[in-house]
Design a binder for this molecule. Structure first.
Ligand code: HEC
Length: 132
């Protein structure tokens, strides 16, 4: 009986730890977003160098209307990725911001990538708070 309790407690501890390790923290993500904010507007902020990230989750790649209308808007590679069916869910964004040039060769986001998983999860949690 005691032994079984010990196993259950250990399993719970592992689960609790895993939960903590992957929890998304939008507040922390706001600070990570400073790295993106050079180019990307969000909320009421507008930035000329990149598409707004309001509502990006669930949006087809390369289709934010204001940025798409610019002469120096999306790259051919990004538009083609969208045309081929790339929709920005959380997993796709995580993969893209880890290594933008690897996920979409030829795209023009001049960003080396976020190599720390926690920063990716947090920044996505922050972006998620701006649905439109
Ligand atoms: C140096 C400027 C710059 C930085 C820094 C930057 N981006 Fe970008 N981002 C761009 C540009 C430009 C595009 C469009 C790329 C293209 O069309 O090839 C883009 C595209 C995107 C897209 C696809 C949007 C769409 O409408 O299809 C996402 C998502 C994105 N960036 C997220 C981020 C995140 C998150 C960060 C910070 C971790 C970041 N970016 C940092 C310039 C930047």
């Amino acid at each position: 009986m005691l032994k079984a309790y010990g196993v259950a407690a250990a399993a719970f501890a592992v689960l609790a730890f895993a939960g903590q390790a992957t929890a998304q923290d939008a507040e922390a993500g706001k600070k990570v977003f400073i790295k993106c904010a050079v180019c990307h507007g969000i909320g009421d902020t507008k930035k000329p160098l990149g598409p707004t990230l309001n509502g990006v989750i669930g949006r087809t790649a390369g289709t934010e209307p204001e940025f798409a209308a610019k002469a120096a808007g999306y790259s051919k590679a990004m538009k083609e990725a969208g045309a081929a069916g790339l929709v920005w869910d959380e997993a796709a964004i995580a993969e893209y911001i880890t290594d933008p040039k690897k996920k979409i060769p030829g795209n023009k986001m001049a960003f080396a990538g976020l190599k720390v998983e926690k920063e990716r999860l947090d920044v996505i949690a922050y972006i998620k708070t701006f649905a439109n």
